[in-house]
Design a protein around this ligand. Sequence first.
Ligand SMILES: N[C@@H](CCC(=O)N[C@@H](CS)C(=O)NCC(=O)O)C(=O)O
Length: 202
Amino acid sequence: MIEIYGMGATRSMRAVWAAKEAGLEFNYVEVDLKNGAHLSEDFKKLNPYGRVPALKDGDYILWESAAILTYLGELAPERGLVPKEPKARGLYNKWLHFANTELDAPLFTIEKHIWRYPQEERDPKMIKKAIDELQAPLKIVTDHLSQNDFLMGEQFSMADILMAHCLNWARFREAFSDNSVLNDYTKKLSKRDSYPRELYKK
Ligand SMILES: N[C@@H](CCC(=O)N[C@@H](CS)C(=O)NCC(=O)O)C(=O)O
């Protein structure tokens, strides 16, 4: 049985959502980040970097949310969540990497300067700079989604999970607000049966 290690609405919700979209059975193991469970020697056998999500499938261990999404999608090829055809796969990878490098990375910079760094190392100017830097990639995503239902056109894919999580995070950190394209897209995705809304109730 697949095990997914995570906590609440953190990046690990991406993996839970993906497993549900793929129709896979899995056990969800909550990792108490607040009490440092992710830094234990046991957890570091699953992810030496001490982060969630992590996945265990028998003897197979995988970490990094984008890699987990693609792995889970490939376990259920009939659902078409990860394109196989090389050109489509290239576009799928493009959106995964774009979300991770151009959205997730500056969003994490914001978190560092809001709460993660020691007080004396936090700099509000870095938050503003990261929000400014997010505007160009957000425009690219907005332009694309104003012409397409999903990142891959008419077909939902695992890349939409990563993108939707980053967009919800960006809105939460006030990188955008009244963008009807992005708001409609994230709202539509949050209504999918597989959306792990249960993780937001905690
Ligand atoms: N690039 C990694 C990032 C994972 C990550 O940073 N997860 C956070 C939760 S959103 C975490 O485990 N944080 C614990 C910590 O930083 O100590 C991925 O996408 O899986």
